[in-house]
Design a protein around this ligand. Structure first.
Ligand code: CO8
Length: 259
């Protein structure tokens, strides 16, 4: 499906959203944010989609929020606008399925904020990432100050945010900002292989694991373990549990989960 500057495609159980507004390096304007949101609607409405890959066309994943559009804003209008970005990121983070960011190039400001709301980040060797907002006289407005320290730790996050410096793919790997780095021509294949490895498993279990891991970000250990135990036990009401464990016991290798 083609939605002007956002491309939506399905390959088997994998949905791919490609940011395709190359003239301004996929800068996040209000209109563009809305279009990305519409593509995410398609993912949410389709129960046959098990994983989502986000990537960019051209030399950027997303080079940040649209500076031309932001320049004219005041404190009230920017709140409305940045809540669109924050809302999109929270939606991605809370999608029931795993979301993989395949970072092809620049992921800056709002672009890195969006990538950080994804579950797994794979970077091309050409990727450059950073939160340069302070160089524009502002700070992150879509969760960057909250997610970066959770991912890389507070000290590294503070250095990156206070300096606004960009890190390349290898540096990003060394601080845990991305899961792996691959040559540009292998980026999509790697993301698709990862998606396929996830899709072979029980999808209710994968979604439940995502919910449990996300919960760990906002809870203490005791609460988290309690939450895990509750949703772990609910999985014993699913057919997938009987299929997965039964197949192991019968030594069947070639079996499929319910969905
Ligand atoms: N906004 C608007 N236009 C942009 C942006 C942007 N963020 N980034 C690039 N462009 C445009 C350029 O203006 C240029 O347009 P034109 O051809 O009309 O002059 C075109 O894209 C190509 O860019 P360059 O010529 O600059 O390409 P280079 O390869 O020379 O440089 C860079 C690439 C280094 C990525 C450079 O474009 C750059 O520094 N861009 C800005 C990066 C940045 O500062 N991003 C952070 C923005 S602030 C932010 O994201 C705050 C988020 C707050 C909340 C978000 C809610 C959604």
């Amino acid at each position: 499906m083609f939605m002007s500057d956002v491309l939506y495609e399905k390959r088997g159980h994998t949905a791919i959203i490609t940011f395709n507004k190359t003239a301004d390096l996929n800068a996040l304007s209000e209109d563009f944010l809305q279009k990305i949101g519409e593509a995410v609607d398609l993912v949410e409405q389709d129960e046959e989609v098990y994983t989502l890959i986000l990537t960019g066309a051209g030399k950027a994943f997303i080079a940040g929020a649209d500076i031309k559009e932001m320049y004219e804003k005041d404190a009230d209008s920017i709140m409305v606008w940045s809540s669109l970005g924050s809302g999109l990121n929270l939606r991605l983070e809370n999608l029931k399925i795993p979301v993989i960011a395949a970072i092809n190039g620049y992921a800056l400001g709002g672009g890195l904020e969006l990538a950080m709301a994804c579950d797994i980040r794979i970077a091309s060797e050409k990727a450059k990432m950073g939160l340069p907002e302070v160089s524009l006289g502002v700070i992150c407005g879509a969760g960057g100050t909250q997610r970066l320290p959770r991912i890389v730790g507070e000290a590294v996050a503070k250095e990156m945010i206070f300096t606004g410096k960009k890190v390349n793919a290898e540096e990003a790997l060394s601080i845990g900002l991305v899961n792996r780095v691959v040559p540009p021509e292998k980026l999509m294949d790697t993301a698709l292989e990862l998606a396929a490895a996830i899709e072979r498993n029980g999808q209710i279990a994968v979604g439940t694991a995502k919910a449990a891991i996300n919960f760990s970000g906002t809870s203490d250990l005791e609460e988290g373990c309690l939450f895990e135990r509750e949703i772990f036990s609910k999985l014993f009401e699913t057919e997938d549990q009987k299929i997965g464990m039964g197949s192991f016991l019968r030594k069947e290798k070639d079996f499929k989960f319910k969905n």
